[in-house]
Design a protein around this ligand. Structure first.
Ligand code: ZN
Length: 191
C-alpha cells in the first residue's frame, strides 16, 4: 500500500474515534439530564427539597402491598397530616431539614434491610410491629398530606431506604442495579 493511502486510513480512524467520543459525550449528557429530571427538586418553604421517591399515579384507593414476601411494619401513622423530616437545600446552598406533610404512611422493613415507605394513603390496615407477607393489603392509595396544596392528583409516593437508612430513588437503583422498573412495579402488585 502506498504511504499516502496508509496515512489516509489513519486519518479516517482518528476521525472515527473523535466522532465516537463526541457521540458518547452527547449520550452521557442526555442521560445525566434524564437523571436530573428523575430527582425532582421542588421549591417548598424557600428551599430546594429533594424528592426522594417516585410518585405512582394510580386510581385513588388502589390497594398497596409489600414488595417482598416477608416484612415488619416499622411505622404506621393514621394521621392525615403526619409530618416527616426530609433534607433540603436552602437558597444560600446550606443543607438543612424541612418537615413535609406525608399524610398517612406505612413503613415496612424487609429481610435485606431495604425499607419501603408509602405515603399519602387514604386508609391503612396495618399496625406498627405487625409482620406482613407479600399478599397483606397494607393500605389504600389516596390524597392525604401535602398533595392537595401541590395540586397533584391522587398518587402513591413510594420511597425506599437501604440498609444504611439512606433514601434512594427506586427508579435509579432498580434500573441500574437490580432490574427494571417494570419488574419492580409487577412486584408491587398494584391492582
Ligand atoms: Zn412524591
Amino acid at each position: 500500500m502506498k504511504v499516502r493511502t496508509i496515512a489516509f486510513i489513519r486519518f479516517l480512524i482518528v476521525l472515527l474515534l473523535l466522532l465516537l467520543v463526541v457521540i458518547d459525550t452527547l449520550i452521557i449528557n442526555h442521560l445525566q439530564k434524564k437523571l436530573d429530571q428523575i430527582t425532582i427538586l421542588t421549591t417548598e418553604n424557600d428551599s430546594l427539597r429533594k424528592h426522594e421517591g417516585i410518585d405512582l399515579f394510580v386510581p385513588e384507593n388502589t390497594p398497596v402491598y409489600p414488595i417482598a414476601d416477608y416484612g415488619i411494619v416499622m411505622q404506621a401513622e393514621d394521621n392525615p397530616h403526619f409530618l416527616i423530616e426530609t433534607e433540603c437545600k436552602r437558597e444560600n446552598g446550606v443543607i438543612d431539614t424541612v418537615k413535609v406533610e406525608y399524610g398517612k404512611i406505612v413503613r415496612i422493613l424487609y429481610p435485606e434491610g431495604i425499607e419501603t415507605l408509602y405515603a399519602h394513603l387514604n386508609k391503612i390496615f396495618v399496625k406498627t410491629g405487625e409482620t406482613v407477607t407479600g399478599s397483606t393489603k397494607v393500605g389504600l392509595t389516596g390524597l392525604t398530606g401535602n398533595i392537595r396544596r401541590s395540586g397533584k392528583p391522587s398518587h402513591l409516593h413510594l420511597e425506599l431506604r437501604d440498609a444504611e437508612n439512606k433514601t434512594f430513588n427506586p427508579k435509579h437503583r432498580l434500573f441500574f442495579h437490580q432490574g427494571s422498573v417494570k419488574n419492580f412495579l409487577k412486584n408491587l402488585k398494584l391492582e
